[in-house]
Ligand binder design. Structure first.
Ligand code: R5P
Length: 316
């Protein structure tokens, strides 16, 4: 084992063990031994199978499908580590579920993203390491340090290597336009923005207008997550109506509801590039998807947090 890292421990629940293993490969350390399962009464149980007293513990667990189970596992794992006298506990949450419920924009609704922050802190997390939050302001829901990594350079470099001529980056909605602008800058391409509207709480969105010059260009549509695929597929349709010649898309988190993957398979996109912040089981994969791994990014951030080095420098 690398002697520098001998106090660092990485554990995983059932949210994304493959990613946790890849992170450990990057760090050149074994995955921490633990069992995380449900009893017959549906209660989640956790046992850490090694000594973690005073260790720097990182628990890798995206709160993706099944969201509540994965969240509860994470909370219980944090509790187990705290009671086992871990020196410091970092919740590594590559996908932060409930991130879309981040404000009171209708009467009598919760701010669940804040509630989750409180739960993680109450359970005993000392830090949060996460990737591309739905809204950066969620960082402020925590009173513990938050490191938010971004996949924009990873996605941007992938498309830069393709050397696509006449490229335009398209933000799926106004909310994502700032991040889309960063990708556009990375690629030296102009930006267009789709005006999207959600009418109510039924997961259906409506594309209103395309703002910007797209005719005759190849579009790269960007969003933070795909769930039903509705927003991004509507965007592709609107772009073809405006005369684009080809459409790619890149999205950080492949949440993908039951039909989402099939909808993307049938879509007009030439390629759908996502990352592995969320697992993509074989039934959700199809020829359209390219999956880029965030394991080196997470591994390097974990190393830097452990060593007290700058995480921001990773993106310079
Ligand atoms: C919403 O604001 C998000 O940025 C995504 O646009 C949304 O989660 C995508 O959902 P769907 O694929 O169901 O349209």
């Amino acid at each position: 084992m690398n002697p520098i890292l001998d106090e660092l421990k990485v554990f995983t629940g059932n949210g994304h063990p493959e990613l946790a293993k890849s992170v450990c490969e990057y760090l050149d350390i074994p995955l921490g031994q633990a069992e995380v399962f449900k009893f017959a009464n549906d209660n989640t149980f956790v046992r850490i199978h090694e000594n973690i007293r005073q260790r720097d513990v990182f628990i890798v667990q995206p709160t993706c499908f099944p969201v509540n189970d994965n969240l509860m596992e994470l909370l219980i794992m944090i509790d187990a580590c705290k009671r086992a006298s871990a020196g410091r506990i970092t919740a590594v949450v590559p996908y932060y579920g409930y991130g879309r419920t981040d404000k009171k924009d209708q009467p009598r609704v919760p701010i669940t993203a804040r509630l989750v922050a409180d739960l993680l802190t109450a359970a005993g997390a000392d830090r949060l390491l996460t990737v591309d939050l739905h809204a950066g302001q969620i960082q402020g829901f925590f009173n513990i340090p938050v490191d938010e990594l971004t996949t924009l350079p990873l996605l941007g470099d992938y498309f830069a290597a393709k050397e696509i001529q006449d490229l335009v980056v398209v933000a799926v909605d106004i909310g994502i336009s700032k991040k889309a602008r960063d990708i556009a800058e990375h690629l030296g391409a102009p930006l267009a923005i789709i005006e999207k509207r959600r009418m109510n709480n039924n997961d259906v969105s409506e594309t209103m207008n395309v703002i910007g010059e797209v005719e005759g260009k190849t579009s790269l549509v960007f969003d933070d997550e795909i769930v039903t695929g509705g927003s991004i597929v509507n965007a592709a349709k609107a772009l073809y109506e405006q005369g684009v010649k080809d459409v790619f898309c890149c999205v950080t988190h492949p949440v993908l509801s039951k039909d989402g993957s099939e909808i993307m398979a049938k879509s007009k996109f030439s390629e759908v590039v996502v990352t592995d912040t969320i697992p993509m089981p074989p039934e959700k994969r199809n020829g359209k998807f390219t999956i880029l791994s965030v394991a080196p990014l997470l591994g390097e951030a974990i190393y830097r947090i452990h060593k007290g080095q700058s995480v921001g420098d990773l993106f310079k």
